[in-house]
Write a protein that binds this ligand. Structure first.
Ligand code: SF4
Length: 288
């Protein structure tokens, strides 16, 4: 097969393997639409996938991709960005990998304002491994790993991001592709750390969070009179709402991204720099 990196194609010839009705289909549709509207060709962006149902998207999106170890998609994405900061870097990860195994990376990269876009497929479970509890599973939920119901309280990803100085924090819904596409475009266009947490129905293992349930429970922040996306405290309050779930941009601000503050990256991306003049001899001597 010939690979044309400048093709307007968005998906590969492989049919997705997700269960019928999975929210991942809607997210893939939004990614395609966002790349179209941003006119990003496959050689102009990198997707970094974690392990899980969401990570299987690596086979379907037609763009540069890297499939990381579980919970390491964000750190891999940050490394790629530091290597070539001209590339948009988008991380596709489940709620288990991002807020469980990868939570330290999530907090650290948020604090550093690393210029990556994080798309969390939030279905409240580890679905690929048959629906065990994740850090986001609501308290009391019965799962294969918690037959008597979960004991611990659910993690608040948007609140943690806002408290750790993230510069773009939003929530979308996989069942509203036009709205999710707008959020994706805003997240990818943002300079700095952007979190887009996506409510993703999993009809196989989380039947009580159906598309109809979400439609009954979500409301749109951009239709909320007086809501300002530059108020960190107000945004934090919004993350505490659980009876009704706000979707949209919770918070955004402009601050220098991490790579913009690294002196050695100021003029040239690392990938374009020469290493001929670097002498590692003195450093090696310390270990001999
Ligand atoms: Fe989607 Fe759930 Fe099936 Fe995984 S198990 S593909 S998240 S519906």
């Amino acid at each position: 097969m010939t690979t044309n990196l400048h093709s307007p194609k968005r998906v590969t010839a492989l049919p997705p393997t997700w269960c019928p009705g999975c929210g991942n289909f809607g997210i893939l549709g939004s990614i395609k639409a966002a790349l179209d509207q941003l006119t990003v060709t496959p050689d102009q962006a990198v997707f970094v996938y974690d392990v899980g149902c969401s990570g299987n998207m690596a086979d379907f999106v037609y763009a540069y991709g890297f499939h990381s170890l579980h919970g390491r998609a964000l750190s891999s994405a940050a490394g790629i960005k530091l290597a070539n900061h001209h590339l948009p870097v988008i991380s596709v990860i489940g709620d288990g990998g991002c807020f469980g195994e990868g939570v330290d990376h999530f907090i650290g990269l948020s604090r550093g304002n690393h210029d990556i876009t994080v798309l969390t497929h939030d279905n409240y479970l580890y679905s690929l491994t048959t629906g065990q509890k994740s850090p986001l599973t609501p308290k009391g939920t019965v799962t294969p790993s918690t037959p008597d119901g979960t004991i611990d309280e659910a993690f608040n990803p948007l609140g943690v991001a806002i408290l750790n100085q993230a510069t773009f924090v939003a929530r979308g819904f996989a069942g509203d592709i036009p709205h999710l596409t707008k959020l994706l475009i805003a997240a990818i266009s943002h300079s700095g750390f952007s979190l887009l947490d996506i409510l993703q129905p999993c009809p196989t293992y989380k039947k009580d969070r159906s598309y109809a349930w979400y439609r009954d429970h979500i409301y749109y922040l951009d239709q909320e009179a007086g809501y300002q996306t530059n108020d960190r405290k107000l945004a934090l309050q919004k993350t505490l709402e659980t009876d009704r779930l706000p979707v949209g941009i919770f918070f955004e601000e402009t601050k220098p991204a991490y790579h913009q503050q690294v002196i050695s990256l100021k003029d040239t991306p690392l990938v374009s720099q020469t290493i001929d003049s670097i002498n590692i001899g003195p450093a090696l001597k310390e270990f001999i």
